[in-house]
Design a protein around this ligand. Structure first.
Ligand SMILES: C[S@@+](CC[C@H](N)C(=O)[O-])C[C@H]1O[C@@H](n2cnc3c(N)ncnc32)[C@H](O)[C@@H]1O
Length: 395
C-alpha cells in the first residue's frame, strides 16, 4: 500500500502549508502519548487523512485506512504532492503509478448507499444471494427467472468483478452486484420484499462464530425482508454450521423449517462440486416466513447540530467502549486540530458483530462524521443516537 519513508523533520512546518488552494487542510495531533499525527487532505475531489508515523530514524507518510479513497493512484499522487510541498528527504517509497487494471464500470454494480431509500426495484420479484463466490448459482437463477431481480452480495471484490464480467458477456439484465457485507445489507431493504434469500456454502467460521452470516440479527432481518411464504435457503457441507443454524432457527419459536440431506438442486456450485467429489454430506434447511412484517422504520439523518466543540470536551469523553445490548460505540483515539477549536475523534460504532469505523469532526461551528456518514442501518443509527446523547450530556 502506498507510503514513503523520509528523514525525521520538524512537523510544525505542516501548518505553514494550510492555505486556500493547498491540498493540506488541517493537522491533527493525538492528545495521548502516541507520536503519530494525521494530515487532513483534500485531493482529486476527495477528503481523507494521511498518517505520519514517527520513529527515531525515519518518518513514514502513508494512508489512513478508515478514510482512504478507493483509487490507489489518487492516494499515491496525494502522498507524493504532500511530500514535495513539505520538502521531505525521501529515502524509500512505492509511489510509482500503475496503469489501472480496466475496472468494469457497470450499471449492475450498486453501492450500498443506493439502497438507502429505494422502494422501486423495477422487477415484479426480488431475490438475494449471499456470498455468491464464482456466481454459478446466481447467473443460472437469473437466466432461468427473467422476471426476478437477483441481488448478489459478495465481500470478496475479485469474485464480484468476475461476476460483473459474466453479466456483461452474457447480456444479463436482472442481476445487481453489491460488494458489501450481506449482514448489514439486509437492514437497508424494505419489509416484505423478497421471494428468497440464498445462503449457499457460507464460510463456517468454526473458530470465530461471531463472523458467521447466519445469526440472530441476520435471521430476524431475513424474516422482515422476506414476503409471507418467502424462504431463507441455507445449503452447507458443514455439519457444525448445520447444527448451529438449526439451533438459531429453533430459538426463534415462530417459524417453520424443513431439513434435507444430500438433496440434488438444479445447479452445482464450485464449492458443491468439490464436496461432492469428496463424498461429503450436504445439508439444506429452508426457513419459511409465515407472517407479514411491519414496514421498516424510517432512519433519520446523522445530524450533530446540537453538539459543538467546547473547551475541555476531550477530557470528558469516555475511553471505554459503551455497550447497549447488541450495539455499541467506542471512542478509540482523540486528536486536537491545530489552530482550530476542534477535535477529530476516531471511533467504532454500530452492531457488535459488524462495527463501522469512522472519524467524527467536532468543531466550534459544525460537526459530523468524516469523511462521510456510516451506512444508514438501524444499528448504526441507534449507536449514533447514543453517541449524540453522550456528547450532549458532556458538553
Ligand atoms: C465458501 S464460499 C461459497 C461461494 C458460493 N456460494 C458457492 O457455493 O460456490 C463463501 C462466500 O461467501 C462470501 N462471504 C463471506 N461472508 C460474507 C458476508 N458477510 N457478506 C457477503 N459475502 C460473504 C465469501 O467471500 C465467499 O465468496
Amino acid at each position: 500500500m502506498p507510503h514513503l519513508k523520509a528523514d525525521p523533520f520538524d512537523t510544525s512546518v505542516i501548518s505553514q502549508h494550510i492555505y486556500e488552494g493547498s491540498p493540506i487542510r488541517f493537522r491533527a495531533l493525538p492528545i495521548d502519548h502516541d507520536e503519530s499525527e494525521l494530515i487532513g487532505v483534500h485531493y482529486g475531489g476527495e477528503d481523507f487523512l494521511l498518517l505520519l508515523k514517527k520513529t527515531p530514524d525515519a518518518y513514514m507518510l502513508k494512508y489512513e485506512k478508515i478514510s482512504r479513497p478507493l483509487d490507489t493512484n489518487l492516494l499515491k499522487r496525494a502522498i507524493d504532492d504532500v511530500a514535495k510541498r513539505l520538502e521531505l528527504q525521501v529515502h524509500a517509497s512505492n509511489l510509482t503509478q500503475h496503469e489501472k487494471r480496466p475496472k468494469i464500470a457497470s450499471a449492475y454494480e450498486k453501492p450500498i448507499a443506493f439502497f438507502e431509500d429505494l422502494k422501486d426495484f423495477g422487477f415484479p420479484k426480488v431475490a438475494v444471494e449471499v456470498g455468491f463466490g464464482s456466481g454459478r448459482h446466481l447467473l443460472y437463477q437469473a437466466k432461468r427467472h427473467p422476471d426476478t431481480l437477483f441481488i448478489g452480495l459478495e465481500i470478496h471484490t475479485p469474485s464480484a468483478q468476475q461476476v460483473l464480467k459474466q453479466i456483461a458477456l452474457q447480456g444479463i439484465e436482472n442481476i445487481w452486484v453489491v460488494n458489501y457485507d450481506a449482514r448489514l445489507f439486509l437492514e437497508m431493504l424494505p419489509s416484505n420484499l423478497l421471494e428468497r434469500i440464498y445462503v449457499h456454502f457460507p464460510v463456517p467460521w468454526d473458530k470465530k462464530p461471531h463472523r458467521r452470516v447466519i445469526g440472530k440479527a441476520f435471521v430476524n432481518e431475513a424474516l422482515r425482508t422476506l414476503k409471507k411464504e418467502g424462504v431463507l435457503e441455507l445449503r452447507t457441507d458443514s455439519e457444525n454450521y448445520f447444527r448451529y443454524a438449526l439451533e438459531t432457527f429453533s430459538a426463534l419459536n415462530r417459524t417453520r423449517f424443513t431439513v434435507r440431506k444430500n438433496a440434488d438442486i438444479e445447479v452445482v456450485s464450485k464449492y458443491e462440486a468439490r464436496w461432492r467429489r469428496m463424498e461429503k454430506n450436504i445439508y439444506d434447511i429452508h426457513l419459511f416466513c409465515e407472517e407479514e412484517s411491519e414496514a421498516k422504520e424510517k432512519i433519520g439523518e446523522f445530524n450533530f447540530d446540537i453538539v459543538k466543540y467546547e473547551k475541555g470536551i476531550e477530557a470528558r469523553l469516555p475511553k471505554a467502549a459503551q455497550r447497549f445490548d447488541d450495539l455499541f460505540f467506542h471512542i478509540e483515539r482523540i486528536y486536537r486540530i491545530e489552530n482550530e477549536e476542534a477535535v477529530l475523534v476516531r471511533l467504532s460504532l454500530g452492531s457488535c458483530d459488524r462495527p463501522e469505523h469512522k472519524y467524527l469532526y467536532l468543531g466550534k461551528r459544525d460537526a459530523g462524521f468524516f469523511p462521510n456518514d456510516p451506512v444508514k442501518s438501524r444499528s448504526n443509527y441507534e449507536a449514533y443516537q447514543r453517541l449524540l446523547a453522550m456528547l450532549n450530556e458532556r458538553r
